[in-house]
Design a protein around this ligand. Structure first.
Ligand SMILES: [Zn+2]
Length: 134
């Protein structure tokens, strides 16, 4: 996966639909490239790499993005897959006790249920789905 700065037309267009995408802690992935202005942690690389797999390439990625912008259900399904993988990876690779795992789960559930994705799922439901894995 390539990582490039967010200062391009594609990211500008995405931020018209998702205003929070302008924030530095929000990354935009299109095709094989992740657009970010800050370094990504390893668990975020897992998340964004999975988006590159979902999108296959830049051309299919355009279709993916169109669907992602229009359908809350599609957006939710795609993000759930990535947050599950991200959380699972973090639990396996970062040394965390029960309390830290719980905090990490809350963090990903808050992200998935947050305003960035425009409320595709409740926090409680997101936490339950992410906790159960797979
Ligand atoms: Zn994502």
């Amino acid at each position: 996966m390539k990582i490039k700065p967010k200062n391009n037309l594609f990211c500008w267009l995405v931020s018209k639909r998702f205003p929070e995408a302008k924030n530095s802690d929000v990354f935009i992935t299109w095709g094989d490239t992740c657009y970010s202005d800050v370094p990504l942690t390893r668990d975020l690389i897992v998340h964004e790499s999975l988006h590159t797999e979902q999108q296959i390439n830049k051309l299919y990625g355009l279709w993916w993005w169109l669907k992602y912008m229009i359908s809350a259900k599609f957006r939710f399904e795609q993000e759930l897959e990535c947050y599950k993988a991200q959380y699972k990876w973090a639990v396996k690779h970062y040394k965390m006790d029960r309390n830290q795992k719980s905090k990490a789960l809350t963090k990903v559930a808050l992200a998935l249920s947050g305003t960035l994705y425009q409320n595709v799922v409740s926090f409680e439901e997101a936490r339950k789905l992410l906790k159960n894995g797979n």
